[in-house]
Design a protein around this ligand. Sequence first.
Ligand SMILES: [Fe+2]
Ligand SMILES: [Fe+2]
Length: 199
Amino acid sequence: MVKEIEYQEHFFPGTRQELLNKLKQSVKEKRYRHILGVEQTAISLAEINQVDLEKASVAGLVHDYAKERTTAEFKAAIQQYQLDSDLLNWGNFIWHGVVGAEIIRDELKITDPEILNAVRRHTVGAVKMTKLDKLIYVADFIEPSRDFPDVEFARSLAFADLDQAVRFETKHTLEYLVNSSQTIYPPAIDTYNQWVVKK
Ligand SMILES: [Fe+2]
Ligand SMILES: [Fe+2]
């Protein structure tokens, strides 16, 4: 269990419990459990990768904060925050990270740029990723309630070599999208080219 903490002001202006209360109002029970699993995993990965534990906790907790907003809400947010209008061509899978970061800044008063970037990058990764970005990206993939054929391998990889886990996850996600004939968001291809293609 994570002990009750008052976060440093610039991470979140309040306690962990206050943040949990806001999350409970924003997502359904199943996603709330996923979020707690991501936080727990992110903290464990932060410990072995010399990342600030509070930062990992906040980023893990908020990464899917906006996931259950409607299409109309996301489209309004893209206009309101004056984000790239190309985003209108995509959907929840992309929006909840990139647009979600702006919603988190606005509604939760989280302004730390590293936390917001980790939220932006958690779905499709990025060419350049900080340690915090990587551990949120990977924690989202391997948290305890995840269940897919290679999950145990992905878990052991994550705790042995975070970069290799980013590589494995990126390849796995792209394979899934290709195999199910889904559109691929171009930045996801950039991530693949950087992390998976053998140089
Ligand atoms: Fe997500
Ligand atoms: Fe998630």
